[in-house]
Design a protein around this ligand. Structure first.
Ligand SMILES: Cc1cc2nc3c(=O)[nH]c(=O)nc-3n(C[C@H](O)[C@H](O)[C@H](O)COP(=O)(O)O)c2cc1C
Length: 160
């Protein structure tokens, strides 16, 4: 394998110049709601309707979602920076202090999120130190027409 001409800090710093939205991918494990912040969300296919995200092998939530086989993607709004920060931690109960309700699939729909997608795990591709997770969308909706939360160069912002 060819050596890289940069270290992982440089990789993160340069890739951080690609702006993303922020989602919380949430589900249940042993009856408890679980979730994590995800910036790598992407749409995959229209027919069948597929979406995806990349999750690190260090995630403690992803094995729980994989086991249950389903999850709800919550697209965060510009006023949900605190929600993003909370779901980027390893707090044992990230849902203790936020509002949420059950989606049609029974997964957490976080109050104030812009949009949601109920998914079942469709495929998983291991690549490097991440899994590329493809989800089949079963139901979806727009909850608010506000602006999105943006992550760019390691910080949060919103559309001008
Ligand atoms: C804006 C933002 C985007 C993130 N995007 C991802 C991502 O796409 N994939 C990932 O594995 N972790 C991502 N993270 C980091 C996880 O949210 C973080 O590692 C979290 O602690 C994982 O929690 P868990 O161990 O409960 O799964 C992101 C964090 C932030 C703040």
């Amino acid at each position: 394998m060819t050596e890289s001409a940069f270290d992982s800090a440089r990789f993160r710093q340069v890739l951080g110049h690609f702006p993303t939205g922020v989602c919380v991918v949430a589900g249940h494990h042993e009856g408890q709601p679980v979730g994590l912040a995800i910036g790598s969300f992407f749409s995959v296919s229209l027919e069948p309707p597929l979406v995806g995200f990349c999750v690190g092998h260090g995630s403690s939530t992803w094995p729980k979602l994989r086991e249950s086989g389903q999850f709800c993607v919550n697209v965060l709004a510009s006023d949900q920076e605190a929600v993003s920060r909370l779901f980027a931690t390893k707090e044992p109960d990230k849902f203790a202090t936020i509002g949420w309700e059950r989606s049609p699939l029974g997964e957490p729909r976080i109050t104030g999120s812009l949009a949601w997608m109920d998914c079942t795990v469709y495929d998983i591709h291991g690549e490097g130190d991440h899994d590329i997770v493809v989800g089949r969308v079963h139901d979806l909706g727009v909850a608010h027409e506000g602006g999105p939360l943006i992550f760019f160069r390691g910080g949060y912002s919103e559309l001008a």
